[in-house]
Ligand binder design. Structure first.
Ligand SMILES: Cc1cc2nc3c(=O)[nH]c(=O)nc-3n(C[C@H](O)[C@H](O)[C@H](O)COP(=O)(O)O)c2cc1C
Length: 418
């Protein structure tokens, strides 16, 4: 297993020994803003971009004495929102072909660089020009490490997976296909984008038509803009990222997980999605459960992810421990799942608590990101069914591994229910 996974495990003792005081006034900003003199475009003014704000727009606003609090279409560990999205647009009518930064708060695209024969495709194994959209997901790690320290190397990957999920779902609403790619030269691309180790590329989604022409390297390096108002360097995270960033992998088109869902209904589910804060402990119907999990175990397996789960409250379905849809032990494991999720009630009061696991070493980043992606599909399907859902990034690693009796790393937990 990657050394950094091993070194960022939670245990009953580590949680009690390593608590530290967090001064909320020192939280870094959660938005990256490019200088005002750069040309920017309001997404809602462009027909060709209709639906694009679903990839990360603000969907919830609350006022507190300390200030306003915003939530987005994408969930995030601790609502710290480390991810940023960039999009290259090529050959889309009434739009300048170029590389843009997406700013979720104002719903704008800021033009960073106009493209022609050059483009971000240059950093992918196939350098072929893509006519359409190429989305690039990055993370500004300090937004997360400010609170979660070294363990945030895991959270930024899971958050990137949810970000991938929101882009995928938004593209389903926009009626255009998605192609996922993890194999691109992220370290070189970080340099072109002017990142100074504080921001790092993790994944990409292409929704485009491939042309026979190859691209050349972007003609300039983009200006550096810090995504936080202050920055504390964490060399553990920087090294963990650099060691695991580049790996070979085939791009792929995920299945259509929202087949037969009317677009307007899907759009509303994206907008209304929230993390449930407490389950009532009511039963979830078998139909909802089957709708939520359909095709997901096969998809996960095809990328070397095993999904275990403890099932507690689904009408007409045997309570017990399951692996990839198959019952492996009957019994009531709700107290076990509550305890393993750092004693959070969400883990035990759920209908089902999922454990995403994998033995991948080289593609550790990919399986972590895809765990976040699958979890996101579950979030949206739950919303469509009126079922609650919450990610659980905090759990006792080794005890969860021992309970599941697996050599796999435990990457993420997710609770669903009513
Ligand atoms: C990777 C990840 C880990 C999370 N871990 C927890 C957790 O351990 N406990 C919890 O109550 N919520 C957890 N959440 C839910 C977040 O707190 C929630 O997404 C955030 O507050 C934003 O709210 P929203 O999802 O309603 O938009 C997690 C979310 C993500 C994406």
């Amino acid at each position: 297993m990657p050394q950094f996974h091993q070194q960022t495990k939670h245990s009953f003792m580590s949680i009690r020994k390593n608590s530290f005081f967090l001064d909320w006034r020192t939280q870094p900003t959660t938005y990256k803003t490019y200088p005002h003199f750069q040309q920017c475009f309001k997404i809602e003014d462009y027909e060709a971009l209709e639906g694009l704000n679903l990839i990360g727009g603000i969907t919830f606003e609350k006022e507190y004495p300390e200030g306003k609090y915003y939530l987005r279409t994408v969930p995030s560990a601790g609502a710290l929102f480390p991810c940023e999205v960039y999009v290259q647009i090529r050959g889309v009518k009434s739009f300048i072909s170029g590389v843009y930064h997406y700013e979720s708060k104002r719903g704008i695209l800021t033009l960073l660089h106009e493209i022609d024969s050059d483009g971000v495709e240059y950093y992918f194994p196939s350098k072929a020009k893509q006519k359409g959209f190429v989305f690039l997901i990055s993370a500004i790690y300090f937004r997360s490490s400010w609170k979660y320290r070294d363990r945030s190397i895991r959270y930024i990957l899971l958050d990137a997976g949810h970000q991938l999920g929101t882009i995928y779902t938004a593209l389903c609403v926009m009626g255009t296909p998605s192609n996922f790619a993890f194999d691109f030269d992220k370290l070189a691309l970080n340099e072109t984008f002017g990142f100074r180790k504080d921001e790092m590329f993790l994944a990409s989604v292409t929704s485009a038509e491939e042309t026979p022409k190859d691209t050349i390297k972007p003609k300039l390096t983009f200006p550096y803009v810090c995504g936080c108002d202050h920055l504390e360097t964490n060399t553990f995270i920087e090294e963990a990222y650099a060691q695991s960033a580049n790996y070979s992998d085939e791009p792929f088109t995920p299945p259509n997980f929202f087949q037969n869902i009317p677009k307007e209904q899907l759009k509303q589910a994206i907008i209304n999605r929230r993390s449930i804060r407490a389950f009532r402990g009511a039963m979830t119907s078998k139909e909802s459960y089957e709708f939520i999990v359909q095709e997901l175990f096969e998809f996960a397996k095809s990328h070397n992810i095993d999904i275990f789960y403890t099932l507690h409250r689904v009408e007409g379905v045997q309570e017990g421990l399951y692996k990839n849809g198959t019952l492996i032990q009957e019994g009531n494991f709700q107290e076990k799942s509550r305890y393993l999720s750092l004693e959070q009630n969400l883990g035990g009061m759920s209908a089902v608590t999922f454990y995403f696991t994998s033995n991948e070493v080289e593609k550790y980043q990919k399986v972590s990101i895809l765990s976040g992606f699958i979890a996101h599909i579950i979030y949206i399907r739950c919303e469509l069914q009126g079922v609650g859902c919450s990610g659980i990034g905090a759990y006792y690693d080794d005890e969860a591994k021992a309970f599941l009796n697996t050599p796999n790393n435990i990457l993420y937990l997710l609770a669903i229910g009513n």
